[in-house]
Write a protein that binds this ligand. Structure first.
Ligand code: ASP
Length: 338
């Protein structure tokens, strides 16, 4: 009797981005146009790793992916998990991978690996990284050791948690890094090595009919008096994230505007530094973290500004009541670590 090893079934879903971009004329720039089948077809070794099904879902530069697209994508992934797929790879532009992957991480209630990948060098350059990234991503998606880790980002043979990963360089192949946690693992030859695991993230379930409202991400800079904050409600924003200095500090001139904004909508405090978390009770000056938190501002914890904004957008889409949305946001923030 011959024993047959069950091959993993992996679904590849393409959304566009550099990995799918080629040029149509000699002097024009590249634009997303390759299908999911094209991407899969460009990697000869791929079908020896897993049985692949490919779906072209969107064809966009990643800055044009909407939260509605990602909610619809999450439902497709959940349906495929229910029908026995072992792992999913999403290909997209790298510009917004850190936000899109975290959005999927919060939306998805699945145990199979969901891996987002892309490329820094498009297919018409001398050394495109897309095919190698896709192959590694499929190895991770097919791996049992990558189950239960939530949404992952695989680039440059490294495995990163969506909750911590950031794009750190405009063109380097090693642009994706996780300053707070490091990579969770790597891919070497056919082996997927997972060396760290993260806590289960609180999920937020959304329907495609749920309304996604705008949340402003407001930078903080030396000498800023926060005058734009007074306009946010009139402009239709339902929440705001203040990407503050250091451990959660703003110039004292901004405090009044932030305090009054926090009476109108949830206002989250994050750190613009790119790593570490917002402190709670170390500094006591006007505009310090403890001052702002005492005025009704919500800590983003270890979520950076962009990831705080994603969590607040999804929380507000799940509940129109600001108090409930804030509680949901805090639940996600607290589930980042054990
Ligand atoms: N440069 C981007 C990329 O890596 C373009 C995009 O994000 O769509 O795909």
């Amino acid at each position: 009797m011959t024993s047959q090893v069950q091959r993993a079934k992996v679904l590849v879903i393409s959304l566009g981005g550099t990995i799918a971009s080629t040029s149509t004329s000699a002097d024009g720039g590249v634009v997303p146009q390759l299908s999911a089948d094209d991407l899969v077809g460009a990697v000869p070794d791929l079908r020896s790793v897993a049985d692949i099904e490919a779906i072209s879902f969107r064809q966009l530069p990643s800055g044009d992916i909407s939260f509605g697209d990602l909610v619809a994508l999450a439902h497709v992934i959940e349906d495929y998990e229910a029908h026995g797929v072992d792992g999913v790879v999403v290909t997209q532009g790298t510009d917004t991978i850190e936000e899109a992957s975290f959005t999927l991480d919060i939306l998805l209630d699945v145990s199979i690996p969901v891996v987002v990948t892309g490329a820094m060098r498009h297919p018409t350059l001398a050394s495109p990284d897309g095919p190698g990234n896709l192959l590694s991503a499929i190895k991770v998606a097919a791996s049992k050791s990558a189950r239960g880790l939530g949404c992952l980002v695989v680039m440059n043979d490294e495995v990163h948690a969506a909750r911590f990963v950031r794009k750190m360089h405009s063109s380097s192949l090693s642009t994706f890094q996780s300053p707070d946690s490091g990579a969770l693992g790597w891919v070497a030859e056919e082996r997927v090595r997972i060396v760290a695991r993260c806590a289960p993230l609180a999920t937020i379930n959304l329907d495609e009919s749920d309304v996604v409202s705008p949340v402003a991400l407001v930078g903080c800079a030396l000498g800023d008096d926060g005058r734009t904050l007074g306009e946010l409600q009139r402009l239709g924003y339902r929440g705001a994230v203040i990407d503050a200095f250091g451990a959660g500090h703003v110039p004292s001139m901004m405090v009044g505007a932030i305090e009054s904004l926090a009476t109108m909508m949830p206002v989250v405090l994050s750190s613009r530094t790119g790593a570490g978390e917002v402190l709670e009770h170390t500094y006591g000056f006007a505009g310090s973290e403890s001052d702002l938190l005492s005025r009704g501002v919500i800590s983003g914890g270890a979520l950076d500004g962009r990831k705080s904004r994603v969590a607040l957008i999804l929380a507000l889409a799940a509940s129109r009541d600001a108090k409930n949305a804030t509680a949901l946001f805090v639940k996600v923030r607290e589930s980042l670590s054990y």
